[in-house]
Design a protein around this ligand. Sequence first.
Ligand code: GRF
Length: 217
Amino acid sequence: MTKHSNKKSRFVILISGRGSNMQKIVETCKNENWSADISAVISNNPRASGLDWAKDNNINSISLDSSSYSDRDKFDSDLSSEIDKYSPDYILLAGFMRILGHSFVKKYYGKLINIHPSLLPAFPGLNTHSNAIASGVRIHGCTVHFVSPELDSGPIIAQGYTNVFTHDTVKTLAERVLMVEHKVLPSVAHWLTLGEVTLNNDNKAIILNDHNGLFYL
Ligand code: GRF
């Protein structure tokens, strides 16, 4: 359903590190004048350099140190309390390196979007670039998907791909995949602000208005 109201979409972005995907979303939102507010950036890693960038850009920046929690559910519930302060329409996991529990995911199902650095369902989990090289695939990339309780397996919204060259190292491949990530995630975020991404009854992500959900670097 295309959005008809003039209400701005509110995003909370979760990060764990440098936050280059978050930066791209913030910059594209500003440059393209989206009807959206980046309400807050939350990191589970207090040393994440992305937090400094967000602060410097006058975005509410919150650090919630996951390493200081022995109880996963308690972290999830504190994170949820922080998120709920901003009543976001969407929560974007942009390089957020922490697995969220089932009740957290269920609470926000349909609002929680992740970017994963592989062409899912290939290479879920960690070390996606080295796994891609080791497996000999000639294509690799990233996936933006709704988060479901099973890791890296929620409904796929968009994907971006690049070649895997014989001379690629983990570093060179990761750099190219990141460049395509920087196209895919801001595009999906923009479609969300327009109300043009939705879930159907079969739990498949639907992109409206003929937006192309396939990106290439
Ligand atoms: C990205 O490749 C993301 O897909 C992965 O971690 C990286 C984070 O990069 N999960 P950044 O923090 O957005 O720069």
